[in-house]
Design a protein around this ligand. Structure first.
Ligand code: FPP
Length: 251
C-alpha cells in the first residue's frame, strides 16, 4: 500500500469535508470465494451484501452519491452461471428496493446500456427510476453501473449528439464539456470526487472514463466482500489529505 495511504489511516473523517460522490469498483468477489473453497457466485452474493452495507453507511455519513460497478460491457465473457447469478442478485436487490426506497429516501439510478438486459430486470429498473423521480433531489443516490463501459457510454453519447445535429437541434460548434455531459448516463450527477478500487488491482477497467478526469484514486488490498466501514473511513481520510489542484497551482 502507498505510504500516503498508510499515514492517512491514522486520522479521523472530517464530516465537513466529505466527498460528495464516491465511486467503487467492487472487485475481488471471485478471489474471496475461491479462498474459501466456495463457488465464485458465493463471492458475488457476499459482495451484494457489502454494497448494501456500504450504501447505508455512505447515506448515514452524508455522502450524496455512491456509484458502483456491478457489471461491465466485458463481463458477458464470464460463464452463463456467473452472469445469471449476478443478474439474479440485482433482481433480488431491485425487488427489495421497490418496497423500501421511498421509506428510506434512497434514490436509485442505472448507468449503462440496458438494451440487452433481461426484460424483468429492465422493468424493475424502470420502476425504481420512476420512484426516484418522485424523491427529493438532494436525497442520497446510488448509481448502479450495469452493462456499463466508459467507452460505450461516450460512444452512445456521441451518437445521440450526432443525431441531434442531423435533426438540426444542435450545432457541433456549440459542444463543450458541460453540453456533452448531458448526453452521458451520468447527466446531472457530479463527477466522482473519490474512486475506490479494492482487491489490490490498480487500474480503471473502463469505469467512468469521462467523469474521472479529476477524481482522487484510492486502492486497498481488501477484497470487496471484506470491505467495511473502517475501510471506507480510511479511504475518506486519505481523500481528505489530498491537495486537489485541478491542473492549477497552490496559492
Ligand atoms: C468483480 O469481482 C465483481 C463483479 C464483476 C460483480 C459485482 C456484482 C455484485 C457485487 C452483485 C450485485 C450488485 C448489487 C449492486 C446488488 P470479480 O468477480 O472480478 O473478482 P475477482 O477479480 O476476484 O475474480
Amino acid at each position: 500500500m502507498a505510504d500516503t495511504q498508510k499515514t492517512a489511516t491514522a486520522g479521523q473523517v472530517d464530516p465537513t469535508r466529505l466527498p460528495r460522490h464516491i465511486a467503487i469498483i467492487m472487485d475481488g468477489n471471485g478471489r474471496w470465494a475461491t479462498r474459501r473453497g466456495l463457488p465464485r457466485t458465493a463471492g458475488h452474493k457476499a459482495g451484494a451484501e457489502t454494497f448494501r452495507r456500504i450504501a447505508t453507511y455512505c447515506k448515514n455519513l452524508g455522502v450524496q452519491y455512491l456509484t458502483v460497478y456491478a457489471f461491465s460491457t466485458e463481463n458477458w465473457k464470464r460463464s452463463a452461471d456467473e452472469v445469471g447469478a449476478i443478474m439474479s442478485l440485482l433482481k433480488k436487490y431491485l425487488m427489495e428496493a421497490v418496497d423500501t426506497m421511498e421509506r428510506d429516501n434512497i434514490r436509485l439510478h442505472f448507468f449503462g446500456d440496458m438494451t440487452p438486459i433481461d426484460p424483468e430486470l429492465r422493468a424493475l429498473a424502470r420502476e425504481t427510476d420512476e420512484i426516484t423521480e418522485h424523491l427529493d433531489a438532494n436525497a442520497f443516490q446510488a448509481n448502479v453501473c450495469l452493462n456499463y463501459g466508459g467507452r460505450d457510454e461516450i460512444l452512445r453519447a456521441a451518437r445521440a449528439f450526432a443525431r441531434d445535429c442531423a435533426d438540426g437541434k444542435k450545432n457541433p460548434e456549440e459542444l463543450d464539456d458541460a453540453a456533452f455531459s448531458t448526453y452521458l448516463d451520468s447527466a446531472g450527477v457530479p463527477d466522482p470526487d473519490l474512486i475506490i478500487r479494492p482487491s489490490g488491482e490498480q487500474r480503471i477497467s473502463n469505469f467512468l472514463l469521462w467523469q474521472c478526469a479529476y477524481s482522487e484514486f484510492y486502492y486497498t488490498d481488501a477484497l470487496w466482500p471484506d470491505f467495511d466501514e473502517a475501510e471506507l473511513n480510511r479511504a475518506i481520510v486519505a481523500f481528505q489529505s489530498r491537495d486537489r489542484r485541478y491542473g492549477g497551482v497552490k496559492k
